[in-house]
Design a protein around this ligand. Structure first.
Ligand code: MLT
Length: 327
């Protein structure tokens, strides 16, 4: 949704007087926002920017709680166990609310029906990054290096089913390699170890990558989307770098537990949309390379349909990769 669409949606709601009665007193106390990964990673960074703006709109603090583990599914499970009263929400993503279905045979939640959808928060390009001391200097050299060092190369990621895991799985499937896997509780800590040179490479979201590439602490070989990312204009696309088949974009979505009253979901959506329209939020997300939702994705109904489509898209991809996790 571009700026004009977001503003139009908000204005229409206000003009129609559709702020429901039950939402008029909500919220009366702080709201907890579960982040299913470690602090300092891409989900956490985006969440804190948006939560700060939502706090101002709602007149109550939105407090971040990092609940990491099992590729983000621990935090998502935690949300389903909270009261559906609007005081517990979360940021889920492509991993927790799409890839998890195929990866976790014992997943304790249905990513669509066990949640009340609030709206899509942002989309994020994926970049192939490596520690500075890794010999390759471009994507072709990296692919050759990975094939030659398959047994010893180690791939950092944020746990089975996280986007850093599934997006590198896709890369491995295209190249035809199965390197060592090094799981973390988020790509915040994984990135720290990449910068320190303790792991070889990481497929990560632009939000986490852009500051490190600008600081010259890691290498970025390519961005896996059709156009270059405005936050890292010098990094080639995968097509430009010789691997056009590798295209993947991931997303963050705001969710509440199933059964959260509709007026409260509406109020939270209004606060989210207002946050995404805030000039300061837009500038900070743009600097990190994140994109705002398009079309109707920032609406509860739009997000629900999108989640169903994403599960349908990712399930065969994960099955083809032959990877599962048990929890
Ligand atoms: C994080 O915030 O650490 C990431 O979103 C994890 C991931 O899914 O790669």
């Amino acid at each position: 949704m571009n700026r004009r669409h977001i503003i139009a949606a908000t204005a229409a709601a206000v003009m129609a007087g559709v702020v429901p009665a039950a939402a008029q007193t909500y919220p009366t106390r702080p709201i907890t926002m579960i982040i299913p990964f470690a602090a300092g990673g891409p989900t956490d960074v985006v969440a804190r920017i948006v939560a700060e703006a939502m706090s101002k709109n709602l007149g109550q603090s939105v407090v971040i709680e990092n609940v990491a583990g099992a590729g983000g599914t621990t935090g998502a499970t935690r949300l389903t166990q909270q009261q559906p009263d609007g005081y517990s929400i979360m940021i889920g993503h492509t991993g927790t609310h799409a890839a998890s279905v195929a990866l976790y045979p014992n997943l304790r939640y249905n990513p669509v029906t066990d949640f009340a959808q609030i709206g899509l928060v942002n989309t994020n390009a994926i970049l192939i990054t490596a520690k500075k001391a890794l010999p390759p200097n471009n994507l072709s050299e990296f692919v050759a290096w990975l094939k030659a060092n398959e047994r010893t190369a180690n791939n950092a990621h944020a746990g089975i089913g996280s986007v850093s895991h599934t997006t590198c799985l896709l890369l491995h499937a295209i190249i035809g390699v199965k390197p060592q896997s090094v799981p973390y509780r988020g790509t915040g800590p994984a990135m720290n170890d990449l910068v320190a040179g303790q792991v070889d490479y990481l497929c990560d979201q632009v939000v986490n990558v852009a500051p490190q590439v600008r600081a010259g602490t890691i290498k970025a070989f390519a961005v896996a989307q059709a156009a270059r990312n405005a936050a890292l204009p010098d990094v080639p696309t995968t097509a430009e770098a010789g691997l056009p088949a590798y295209q993947v974009v991931v997303w963050n979505a705001m969710l509440a537990p199933k059964g959260t009253p509709e007026p409260i979901v509406t109020r939270l959506n209004q606060a989210l949309v207002a946050a995404l329209n805030d000039d300061g939020v837009k500038a900070r997300l743009a600097e990190l390379g994140a994109d705002l939702p398009t079309g109707n994705l920032a609406t509860p109904a739009g997000l629900r349909a999108f989640l169903e489509a994403e599960i349908a898209k990712w399930t065969p991809v994960i099955k083809a990769a032959g990877v599962t996790a048990s929890n």
